[in-house]
Design a binder for this molecule. Structure first.
Ligand code: B1M
Length: 219
């Protein structure tokens, strides 16, 4: 199998949610010299995008999204140690959660992996995280950055609700707030009072480092 054939098969098998084949092709791709980034950006992520497009058109339904998502999550577990390889000292602490009402976690997990790879200590508070959970996480772990993911237009307003709760708890000055997720934009991040936004995992890492450097510089 050529590398292009591996990528094509990985794309196809992710789309139909064939988790064992996705796992095998991911390992095979790595053995054949494909990089984790190529596997992610040339097969796995485009495949999920196509699943989403079919769902949006009404051609596919939630079960199809679910099994495709599970197949992708299995591949991520194989890629995790490779993406997160780091000998670097801790750059900062990042508390991350998907907001209340939202169960999407693949994008969040990918951001976490890339942050770990860049030397961040990541605390993941999971999905459906209510404002109280973010507050408890800040109080317990004293993070430099609080990251919030939302993947539905209906859950994006939770950013503002979380930021309001953080303010009310007297913790807003202590943390940088970053937001992201498929429907989120820089404009929306600005409106809800976040300090930073990123469209993808790689940009999230860069932005997180910039925000920490700016805050430490100001201090
Ligand atoms: Co859902 N879903 N889903 N889904 N799902 C989307 C998001 C959707 C866009 C599909 C579509 O219609 N095209 C749509 C949302 C529409 C909208 O609101 N605009 C949608 C819908 C409608 C729903 C349900 C409401 C369906 C229903 O029940 N009728 C339901 C909601 C459940 C809930 O949360 N309450 C639902 C359920 C599900 C499943 C459970 C079946 C499954 C999730 C599995 C899981 O996550 N464990 C699922 C899936 C798989 C998807 C799609 C197909 C794929 C999402 C994904 O993992 N993408 C998705 C379609 C799509 O995105 N095109 C869709 C790959 C991932 C790597 O990308 O998530 O964008 P992404 O993450 C990126 C960036 O966003 C960014 O970096 C990540 C990596 O590069 N990023 C950050 C993320 N967090 C960040 C934080 C940062 C910075 C950057 O700073 C803090």
């Amino acid at each position: 199998m050529s590398n292009d054939e591996i990528l094509k098969a990985l794309y196809d098998e992710t789309m139909v949610g064939n988790a064992p084949a996705v796992l095998e092709l991911t390992k095979k791709g790595l053995d054949e010299g494909l990089t984790p980034s190529e596997l992610l950006f040339d097969a796995l992520i485009p495949s999920l995008e196509e699943v989403g497009a079919r769902f949006e058109r009404g051609d596919w339904f939630v079960p199809e999204m679910l099994i495709a998502g599970r197949a992708m999550a299995g591949a991520l577990e194989v890629l995790r140690p490779l993406l997160a390889q780091t000998g670097a000292e801790t750059v900062g602490t990042f508390l991350m959660g998907t907001v209340k009402g939202d169960v999407h976690d693949i994008g969040k997990n990918l951001v976490n992996i890339m942050l770990e790879g860049a030397g961040f200590h990541v605390i993941d508070i999971g999905v459906q995280a209510a404002p109280e959970k973010f507050i408890a996480g800040i109080e317990e772990h004293n993070p430099d950055i609080v990251g919030m993911s939302a993947f539905l237009t209906t859950t994006m307003p939770m950013f503002k609700a979380n930021i309001n709760a953080i303010e009310k708890a007297g913790l807003r000055d202590k943390v940088i707030v970053m937001v992201g997720g498929a429907p989120v934009t820089q404009e929306y991040a600005d409106v809800c009072g976040a300090d930073g936004y990123a469209a993808d995992a790689a940009t999230a890492v860069r932005r997180a480092k910039e925000l920490i450097a700016a805050k430490r510089g100001a201090a």
